[in-house]
Design a protein around this ligand. Structure first.
Ligand code: DAH
Length: 352
């Protein structure tokens, strides 16, 4: 018995070959899902065939039903195969990407940029302050001879002031003639020898003394020296200069105090102190309840010093000062003890 034309029309719509072409054309999982919906979904040709079967002659319905079932089973199988193939291709592509990727991860240690030691920073900062006031910067040797370190500075041989300096001598030449400089004051002498007045100069550098290490003393430390030689320089200029640079360093107007003292190379001589920057003079632990912090020595250049370097004390006068560099950051940051500066401990140094 021949099929009815209606049955043939329905069977023609179940085109496995055309469906296979669409399935294999799907390039990825998303496209495959669209194809699946088109072939088997609610609005698909297969669904229309299922509905149409109801209108066939009852004798032909089983034929149409079996044909539809086998078509749908075949389509599902092809969809599953294609899905597997697409997943494998995606995994392979991912591996290829991973193989080409460069691992640019660095090791666990970042590359930290170094910076100047705290003492160097303070030295540069003070140099900048003085340069802004019209001063030049000079340096001298750390190994000095007796004449520059003592004699020209008006320490005669055997003078008790020499004993105050705890000198570290170097085994060179005649005994006790070559030493590690005990202060930066010999650079004053070298500057005055090398140029005529007017002189406005600061002289920073490392200094040495045969001193036992304690909280505030170290056998190696740094000083900065100041020297002004010109016509008509007075003690008032010295006082004003001290007030100007301490205020610039502590970034606030600090009162300064001069108390009589003695140094062979200045006359008169003074110790200078600044009002305590912590308690503003009311008294605290840092200033030992005095309200003042001693910084260094100063005075008017002694005529004997001018004579040693050939400057006429009738024509010129001058002032000088000197103080420990470590003292400044000790005060500003509360660094203690002084040996902290020389330990080279990166945990300390990296904080500044
Ligand atoms: N050279 C002195 C010292 O090391 C400090 C000093 C005092 C320097 C008075 C000076 C000065 O220039 O005028 O203790």
């Amino acid at each position: 018995m021949d099929n009815s034309p209606e049955l043939d029309a329905l069977l023609a719509r179940l085109d496995t070959g055309a469906s296979r072409d669409r399935i294999s054309a799907a390039a990825d999982v998303a496209e495959l899902e669209v194809v699946e919906r088109d072939l088997l979904g609610r609005r698909s040709g297969a669904r229309e065939v299922r509905e149409a079967i109801k209108g066939l002659d009852p004798s032909e319905r089983p034929v149409a039903g079996r044909a539809l079932s086998s078509y749908e089973a075949g389509v599902r199988e092809m969809l599953a195969e294609r899905a597997t193939a697409l997943a494998a291709a995606a995994a392979a592509a991912g591996e290829a990407d991973a193989a080409e990727r460069l691992d640019l991860t660095l090791g666990g240690h970042g590359l930290n940029r170094g910076h100047h030691h705290l003492v160097t920073q303070v030295q540069r900062e003070l140099e900048d302050i003085f340069v802004a006031m019209g001063y030049a910067v000079a340096e001298g040797p750390e190994v000095e001879d007796d004449w520059h370190n003592f004699e020209a500075l008006n320490f005669p041989p055997g003078h008790p002031a020499r004993a105050m300096q705890d000198t570290l001598y170097v085994k060179l030449g005649r005994p006790e003639q070559v030493m590690l400089r005990t202060h930066t004051s010999p650079v004053q002498i070298r500057v005055m020898q090398s140029q005529p007045p007017p002189i406005y100069c600061v002289m920073p550098g490392r200094t040495y003394r045969n001193e036992t290490l304690d909280a505030r003393h170290s056998p190696v430390f740094h000083q900065i020296e100041g020297l002004a030689v010109d016509r008509g320089i007075t003690f008032g200029d010295l006082a004003g200069t001290i007030e100007a640079f301490t205020s610039a360093y502590f970034r606030t107007t600090v009162p300064t105090r001069l108390l009589p003292s003695f140094f062979p190379f200045t006359e008169p001589s003074a110790e200078f102190a600044v009002g305590c920057v912590f308690c503003e003079g009311s008294g605290c632990r840092v200033c030992s309840q005095t309200g003042w912090i001693e910084l260094g020595g100063c005075g008017m250049v002694d005529p004997n010093v001018f004579a040693a370097v050939g400057i006429d004390p009738e024509e010129y006068s001058g002032f000088a000062f000197g103080f420990g560099l470590e003292r400044m950051p000790m005060l500003r940051y509360g660094v203690n003890p002084i040996k902290t500066f020389f330990d080279g401990d990166i945990r300390f140094l990296s904080q500044y």
